[in-house]
Design a binder for this molecule. Structure first.
Ligand SMILES: *Cc1c(COP(=O)(O)O)cnc(C)c1O
Length: 359
């Protein structure tokens, strides 16, 4: 069986040797040695400061909203994983959707200003599939209207914008280290926080509001990463170069085989952005073509995913809004399986099915 992605597992003996060290020390969570080590190594690897590890990406978003004291309406994209919007609603905020650009699939900056009102407190864009948003345009709009910006960068691990980390944009960027992502800690995530004081505040916010041995300085929650998550991250970080090359090869193979087909479209990449090759989205001419491909692949026990479907304005807990480009693209887009261990024979099967149904 082949799914859209496969969680990478590092060398078993290496993971076990870390587990032994955890058993020997007895410290299994609460800012242990390995969580600290992963924090330092990741900050260095990504080229960012003020990185805070947390237990998952959704909590990273929720902590970011609380940290920046968002209220009222928040402008966001309807074309994302559900957590971008559900986390807003969960925190009592109202998502206001701005439609996406039909080529990049990211929030269209030209449509942001018309949705800003006195009730707007922030913008939450997504670098969808790791393709950097137009960060400069978003920055200018945010400055002009004094809005906070939180990037849901769950897909953008180690993505560069003009050769610097895209994670340094916005007041906060968040990452997800879920098993399906480019880099993972089983479950996990991180906040990258621009302001040093807010970074200090976030540290106690993720620990029940407790600072030092027992001083409660404010309202907090439990969003701590544990040591078993951290050691998975340490093991996988050693393998990132290999994983990146392996995904890149398979990505390029898809591009070679599919780019000549006139009835399909691949995302238009930000010319200043790098790619981490963690997704291979393909936009088909119609939903029926997509469904026939899904059916054909299912018979071969190959399971791509409809990332992202449905478009989030259709959720039953948001007020209906018109975002025609997102709702159209969400029906026609499919992410083909892409991971380091995808073998050439299976990839050829996928390519053949797509070719047959699109020509
Ligand atoms: C995976 C993902 C999240 C949620 O992260 P978790 O670590 O699974 O909680 C949020 N936003 C986007 C865009 C994602 O893809």
């Amino acid at each position: 069986m082949i799914n859209v992605t496969k969680a990478y597992l590092p060398n078993r003996e290496k993971y076990k040797s870390y587990v032994d060290q955890i058993f020997d020390s007895g410290q299994i969570t609460n800012h242990g040695r390995f969580t600290k080590e992963l924090t330092n190594r990741l900050a260095h690897y990504l080229g960012v400061k003020n990185l805070l590890l947390v237990s998952n990406g959704t909590l990273a978003l929720q902590v970011a909203y609380k940290l920046l004291e968002l209220k009222g309406d928040v402008i966001t994209t309807p074309f994302s994983f559900v957590a971008t919007t559900s986390s807003l609603v969960w925190e009592g905020l109202t998502p206001v959707f701005v439609d996406i650009d039909k080529n990049s699939f990211n929030m269209d900056p030209q449509k942001i200003e018309e949705r800003i009102t006195d009730a707007t407190s922030a913008i939450v864009p997504v670098h969808v599939f790791g393709n950097p948003c137009n960060v400069k345009a978003i920055e200018n709009i945010a400055k002009k209207h004094r809005l906070k910006v939180i990037y849901d960068a769950a897909h953008a691990f180690d993505v560069k914008y003009k050769s610097e980390s895209v994670l340094s944009y916005g007041d906060v960027s968040i990452l997800s280290f879920h098993a399906t992502k480019a880099f993972h800690t089983i479950e996990g995530g991180a906040l990258i926080i621009k302001d040093d004081e807010l970074f200090e505040k976030a540290k106690w916010m993720i620990n029940f509001g407790i600072r030092g041995p027992s001083h409660i300085v404010g309202l907090g929650i439990n969003a701590k990463m544990n040591e078993f998550q951290a050691i998975m991250g340490l093991c996988i970080l050693d393998d990132m170069d290999y994983l990146y090359q392996a995904r890149r090869m398979r990505h390029d193979r898809y591009v070679q085989a599919l780019q000549g087909i006139r009835s399909i479209e691949l995302p238009e990449w930000n010319p200043f952005g790098s790619d981490n090759y963690s997704y291979f989205p393909v936009l088909f001419e119609s939903e029926s073509t997509l469904l026939s491909i899904v059916e054909d692949l299912k018979r071969l026990d190959i399971h791509p995913r409809r990332y992202f479907h449905p478009s989030l304005e259709s959720l039953n807990y948001v007020t209906p809004q018109e975002v025609p480009i997102s709702s159209d693209i969400a029906r026609r887009i499919l992410c083909l399986p892409l991971f380091g261990e995808l073998d050439a024979v299976n990839q050829d099967c996928i390519i053949d099915v797509v070719r047959q149904r699109t020509s």
